[in-house]
Ligand binder design. Sequence first.
Ligand code: HEM
Length: 455
Amino acid sequence: MPDTHQPDLARHFPPEAPLGSLALLRAVIRNPLEALPREAFEQPVTRRTVLGRERLFVTAPELIGQVLLTEAESFAKSEAMRRALAPALGDAILTADGERWRWQRRAVAPIFRPDRVKSLLGPMLDAAARTRDRWLALPSGTTLELGHEMMRTTFDIIVDTMLSGHAAIDVARVEKGITDYLESTGWSIALAMVNAPAWTPYPGQRRAARARDYLRDELLRLVSERRRLGSEREDLIALLLAARDPETGQAMEDRDIADNLLTFITAGHETTALALTWAFYLLARHEEEEERLVSEITAVTGGAPLRPEDLAALPRTRQAVQEVMRLYPPAPIVARAATRPVEIGGQRAAPGTTVIIPVYATHRLPEHWPDPHRFDPARFAPDAARGRHRYAWLPFGAGPRICIGMGFAQEEATAILASLLPALRLRPEPGFDPGLQMRITLRPTRGMPMRVTRR
Ligand code: HEM
């Protein structure tokens, strides 16, 4: 099949002409990717003053390294992201800064060590097999909402591996809760940009608050149940219950534990589910590549069920996952605020300046990615990747705040893809355009309906 994947960039972003303040705010509410200036796709660093406030867009990999790694101490999480996420996630690992962040990160690190992640491959493959069997039981040609199916699968995995399988949480309600919550985050970002007070009401706020309350109450119940009943398990709840603040020796309050659990549940399943949704979409449009992956997988398994040790022997499948996240980074923008005066690529930033790293744009820089809109997993073969700047690809961020679940997510995505591809074929309606919208994460605007048939 010819390569028909046309660049989203040309269709959606960036705007043809610079946007005025009002149009910019409207774009932020609709889809923050549309609010990125054209220069942020082309120049190493771009300065913009929006409603009297300075913003720097840092696109070049070497400058990104300065913000996220070498001078990471000079930056905190951005006000807009905090404002969008803290009402749901509190002051937990993703949203906290400084010492408070550091000790929360240390407390949970053991569960993400490579040997621990390796021990979770079995449960990941089991969850993938459950999804495969559910699909195989459907009449051939059934149309599925793939995003929903992938959320269900990765939710199954996060609850099983991190919370020792507390199946009482209603996945459909959680999924709807997350979508409802994220739906209004464009508003929180826009309100932060105009410096509106935190109590300013906005559309969707009540629905978002209801979603947050449901999620938080469920998790508080889980924490108090664990305190009451105890458990031998060394899961995430156990690590959080055992954590002590190094300065005060204090344990975490139930509320802080619940905030962290919610952070891990949301950050840990929605992102991977989106990566997989985009993966099936791209592979359906690149059948030759899909066949290549199926051959690689069946050559390793001989048609038998995948075993944990097989996952290390699937280089092309892993490269395909990396290439999917280049074109569709589930977290397409990373943001910071300068906490002291800094200079980035010749641009001075005063304390308080918002620094935006448009990962989506960095991943399409032609000087690092020739023919950047083309889907080509071979870019990640060791020979091709050698010499490329290490921050030209950063779907998981970089530096001390790099995604703690990076290894987990890549194993999980490979396990799910490799379990489903050899058994089933997924196809969108011919000509279907899912659209592309940032809601903190990168979602298909029109969902991802796919027809599923046996292979
Ligand atoms: C494809 C899947 C994933 C993607 C693309 C992704 C992306 C990211 C990114 C970009 C950040 C850094 C944000 C920043 O610097 O501001 C981050 C942080 C984080 N991620 Fe992930 N993530 C994924 C999967 C996971 C999984 C599976 C987990 C947990 C099981 C997880 C938990 C976290 C946490 C707790 C943080 C905050 C870390 C800190 O600030 O110390 N993520 N993720």
